[in-house]
Design a protein around this ligand. Sequence first.
Ligand SMILES: [Fe+2]
Length: 561
Amino acid sequence: MTIDRRSLLGLIGAGSVAAPAFAAPAHSPAVAFLHGVASGDPDAHSAVFWTRVTPADASGADIEVTLEVARDAGFSDKVLTASGLRARAARDFTVKHDLDGQGLEPGAEYFYRFIAGDVVSPLGQVRTLPEGVTPDVVLGVVSCQLYPGGLFNAYDALSKEPRLDAVVHLGDYIYEYGAAPDDYGLSTGAALSRIPQPPHEILTLEDYRLRHAQYKSDPDLQAAHARAAFICVWDDHEVANDAWSMGAENHSEATEGDYAARKAIALRAYYEWMPIREPRAGLGLDAINRSFEFGDLATLAMVETRLTARNKQLDYATDMPMVDGVPDLVAFNATLNAPDRDLLGDTQRNWLKGVLAASKSAHKPWQVLGNQVVMARVMGPDVTKIASEAQIEGMIGGLPEAVQGGLRQMIQLYKLGVPFGLDSWDGYPAGRERLYAAFKEAGVQPIVLAGDSHAYWVNDLKDADGERRAVEFGTSAISSPSPGDAVAPLPLGPLLSANNDEVVFCDQTAKGYVLLTLTPERAEAKLQTVSTILAKPYVASTLSTWVVTRDADGVTGPTRV
Ligand SMILES: [Fe+2]
């Protein structure tokens, strides 16, 4: 077994930064910080601080915890000590402390740690948001970290970025699947000994807690959390695949019970285990749309597109009417374009419009939208235009049998000119037009961030009249399988960009994250990838770099540099 430095640090409980270790007396069992530390939802004067204390025994008694925040890693310049915090069984012994808008200076780097008895947690770093004149901001953008899908090498790479103000997590922080041989990613998971815990689909509160705990046991993920504050939204898998407001593809009321109850359980575990601010008074657990101000430079608005307002996804298998064995595209498109199809709902869209308009009124050059699913108009590729039937059959014949049938059907469907996917904004065209109208009314052309797709995207977003409304950067997965891998040797990414005006660039195989650097005139997105998720060591590199510039007339680009 090869153990690199990071793994070793993880095994001994240190994060990315060496922390003082206090050995507990041999005669008494000690609590432990086995899941790292995290910070989240920073503002100019505060952040949320998180850890989890593993109890020394099964008594279930509260554990007293102290949070220390300092200007230096040696804690000689302490700015804050919050004592008397309690890790309680009722919250699975997680601790969350919200400084709630006070205590820290704007645009400053801090170090923090938790202490329980004689035991000191790993060390974390957090940067508060800037106020006033802000020359630049650097954000990591991540999503989709299937634990059995591979090693979290991308998080190790992210934790080593020399400048990182915060990490925007667009969801699929956990996946709900079990550990059966045909469960998602298990062929890789078995080879890497990354078997989901518990080894079945998660349904109960204990299940969801255990799954979160397993993910947070990963040393690379711990290193990323220790490096910078996370600003998170969930996507579907934090509850169940293809979640919508009243159900999910991977939820059966008949065999798995009430969806609302499962959703409440999933969100309870999420709030326990994630460094996200607790729900605001009077709002439901699922109202996690919120905004962040980066001085005079940028506004980041995080939206919720799964649980509050999303209609049920359409499905080609059930929603494509057939007439004499021929798909009725006109009828399908009528259903797809129904005016009530939506992801955000009026309440959230109006809130968003207000946030964007206020940012514009404050003359901030950049408005950034943290959004789960790809927004661009992406039609499925017609591969029959680039390959003969014999060539296509030759390619399909080389693929695993499990994907052959579905692929043949999709090739026929995509010849008709239908969206690549129906779970993204393409499944909700009326809602997307309403969002674009909100952008227009607010007078902004935002940078839209997207996760969910396990692929990189650089997209130029236009409304139904062909007017530019936004630019989109989609980040690939940390470790979840990419669609391009399943259909290799079909060059899926290049096919999608060649077939779609809005898709400037698409890569459907690389894994990693996006590093977004904003300055007053320029937004730069580096697509940062890792050479492998199957082994260590790995090599980090930049797949490509894209720039958007702006002046008084609006945005120009994205241009590859
Ligand atoms: Fe995902």
